[in-house]
Design a protein around this ligand. Sequence first.
Ligand SMILES: Nc1nc2c(c(=O)[nH]1)N[C@H]1C(S)=C(S)[C@@H](COP(=O)(O)OP(=O)(O)OC[C@H]3O[C@@H](n4cnc5c(=O)[nH]c(N)nc54)[C@H](O)[C@@H]3O)O[C@H]1N2
Ligand SMILES: Nc1nc2c(c(=O)[nH]1)N[C@H]1C(S)=C(S)[C@@H](COP(=O)(O)OP(=O)(O)OC[C@H]3O[C@@H](n4cnc5c(=O)[nH]c(N)nc54)[C@H](O)[C@@H]3O)O[C@H]1N2
Ligand SMILES: [Mo]
Length: 825
Amino acid sequence: MSNEFGKSDTNISRRRFIQGALAAGTLGSTGATLLASGARSATAGSREVLTGSHWGAFYMRVDDGRVTGVRPWEKDPKPSHQLPGVLDSMYSPTRIRHPMVRRAWLERGPGADPEGRGKGDFVRVSWEKALDLVAAELMRVRKKHGPTSIFGGSYGWKSPGKLHNCQTLLARALTVNGGFVSRSGDYSTGAAQVILPYVVGSIDVYEQPTAWPVLAEHTELMVFWAADPMVTNQIGWQVPDHGAYPGMEALKSKGVKVICIDPVRTDTRRYFDAEWLAPRPHTDVAMMLGIAHTLYTEKLHDAKFLARYTTGFDRFVPYLTGESDGVAKNAEWAAGICEIPADTIRDLARRFASKRTMLAAGWSIQRQHHGEQSHWMLVTLASMLGQIGLPGGGYGFTYHYANGGSPTATGPVLPGIVGGAKPPPGSEWLEAGGTETIPVSRIVEMLENPGKPYDFNGKRSKYPDIRLAYWVGGNPFMHHQDRNRMIKAWRKLDTFIVQDFQWTATARHADIVLPCTTTYERNDIEGIGDYSMSHILAMRKVVDPLFEARDDYDIFAAICERMGTGKAFTEGRDDMAWIRTFYEAARVQARGKRMEMPVFDVFWNSNKPLAFPIGEEAKGYIRHKEFRDDPLLNALGTPSGRIEIYSSNIARMKYDDCPPHPTWMEPLERLGGPTTRYPLHIDSSHPGSRLHSQLCGTVLRGSYAIKGREPCLMHPEDAKIRGIADGDIVRVFNDRGQMLVGVRLTDDIRRGVIRVCEGGWYDPAEPGKPGTLCRYGDVNNLTTGIGTSKLAQGNCGHTAMADVEKYRGPAPAVEVFKAPRGGDA
Ligand SMILES: Nc1nc2c(c(=O)[nH]1)N[C@H]1C(S)=C(S)[C@@H](COP(=O)(O)OP(=O)(O)OC[C@H]3O[C@@H](n4cnc5c(=O)[nH]c(N)nc54)[C@H](O)[C@@H]3O)O[C@H]1N2
Ligand SMILES: Nc1nc2c(c(=O)[nH]1)N[C@H]1C(S)=C(S)[C@@H](COP(=O)(O)OP(=O)(O)OC[C@H]3O[C@@H](n4cnc5c(=O)[nH]c(N)nc54)[C@H](O)[C@@H]3O)O[C@H]1N2
Ligand SMILES: [Mo]
């Protein structure tokens, strides 16, 4: 089959990496805390089942068919405090109980009353009816408008599990039925993953960085640049091992000097008692240029490294010095933009150069207009320092994510379900299914502009004309920017189908809603540790499906059955047959590595993860060491085989918003920007007590909400001039939208910046009406929906300026944490 399918398979396209090999089991134990959520003492009838999800591996206690407690796996060195929310999400009032159809759509058919979406007028239907409607509508749209009228590029943090990988299952179902429009990239690293292959020859952002034990031994200066690993490593794409925490603990006990560069005084800053530098958001490229200029003019840069391992420095220098444009990018120039004093910038350059320095960057700085430049400039800075490939030096883009740097075990790679099932004999025409792909965050532009040409990564394509969108395992009415523009664009669809277990805003805007099971109501299998790959975990069903929920796999199998492609979808296998197949494939691989895995039934019934050893080599892994040792033999995947500070490939594209070497360009808007109208920057960081929007509808909210609203951090001085007090409900607004939030005053945030984390549930006061007030605090009412540049077309979730005012009068009640009308029938 065409490798298009691979693109929609998040397992393949998204988290590829692993270069070091590694080993397992004995991650330093920092004392797993016992967490008894709603737990009662175990009675004779209770049992504990080991399972896991994005928050880690844990045991669920079951009494009388109901989960009553969660206890972390004893080998988890730092269990997430979110586990009580995980339990609560199963039983929360926002659980979707039955298949539902929007009344207008049910009565009047596809395309009826598109403005009515989101108003919550749902009718409960039987599964038979719902599945018939979905299958018939997929066939109608496909027959009338072709495969490129169906959007199945559903993006989001679906649950882990090699079988119930709902997005891959959707791709599989749409593929066996003749193709669909998919998406490339993701919201996490949209800009960086497109530019870095031109710079270092691979996407880099999901690859293993130098292992934590090497940092503890060799790093003298650890710089967390826009990264908050204490918060974000709670979560893994698979089941996290939390190996970054013992890694950080080793750094801390060694007394390694840490600097945090962030508009917020983060948990990481606090943990390390680190030095805190708070530049204006969105100005990091200018700050890095100021450091680079100091290195260059003070001859602190490593000319030998630049000559041997990079190309294009000579073409970058005239820009740095100002020879080419008359503006020297010196420390004073940078200070004027980023508001970090010039002396501090010069001092940083000297300290970086004189110490073994690791530049550990997070991803917010590329989730911004011109975000491609941030990671390119950071690699350029690291190249000038000349420590790439040395123990403890260079750069790392994954120390904050899914426990990157946790040494990799020597175990097998567990395969999973794939998107492109084989077409049944005689229906090879399926292969001509015409799958197209758009950059993931251009979805609204696509809906607005069918047939319009757009640029992406050197290619010009046309947006397809979409009539039907099918979403599983994601919440675009949270994750996508510029909500009000989106609400309008969505009206173009004839039909919007959503499969979820929570009444997310996305489900509320659907025409057909199908309730799926949570991980804990079905069987599956997954690896522990995105980077450590330390264990294989049996995820046995803990309790029976709640209400009328069905497994994603079964839902798609039933739809395909109705479309005459049931066999092609299932290949005749049920859940346990697939799980066994994946395990057996891993077992064959393990044997090739001279490791014996137990027979499947022994593994499945053991209630224990299967551990793989972590070798010394993995603990000593140094990124780019081979390249440094022999840059000819181990050339990078760039055209020159070296790090490209100037890219001829990018030069050939002639994009006005992505020049051929790292460049400071004014973004659409920013704090202190020359043409910016609103005074406050909104930092939409990832939440400490949620996974995006997941668990917002649970008991955890009680621990952070202010007057029932999403919290907004604000500096006391910014509050004072607006007459705002701690705990006030305020309205945040700009030309794109408005929302209510609750204010927390703190000097943990720099002046001119407020923080409202992404993931707050969208709660429109007047559903379906663009511009309406969001009552709870979905920050994407305020952000911009433009692409980072023509190169990557990534999202700009962190680009948003706004103002804040005290909300006077009675604030409207938050309604989004109960089921919509008809939804709890
Ligand atoms: N302003 C701003 N916006 C941002 C960001 C930002 O920094 N700032 N960050 C962006 C980033 S990096 C990301 S990754 C996105 C995240 O955006 P999403 O990944 O869309 O957010 P989640 O809340 O994790 O949504 C996942 C949904 O899948 C559902 N789900 C989970 N498991 C299953 C399953 O097994 N089956 C089915 N059918 N459904 C399931 C959950 O209930 C939930 O509704 O947000 C992006 N948006
Ligand atoms: N608890 C938890 N962990 C998570 C997630 C979650 O939702 N919850 N999501 C996961 C996912 S999908 C992803 S993609 C990663 C996201 O990882 P990141 O993209 O790195 O996370 P962010 O929180 O967006 O930003 C990290 C830090 O950058 C700072 N920052 C924002 N703008 C700027 C700026 O302009 N300059 C500088 N110097 N700093 C800035 C923020 O204040 C924040 O402290 O996290 C993952 N981990
Ligand atoms: Mo992400």
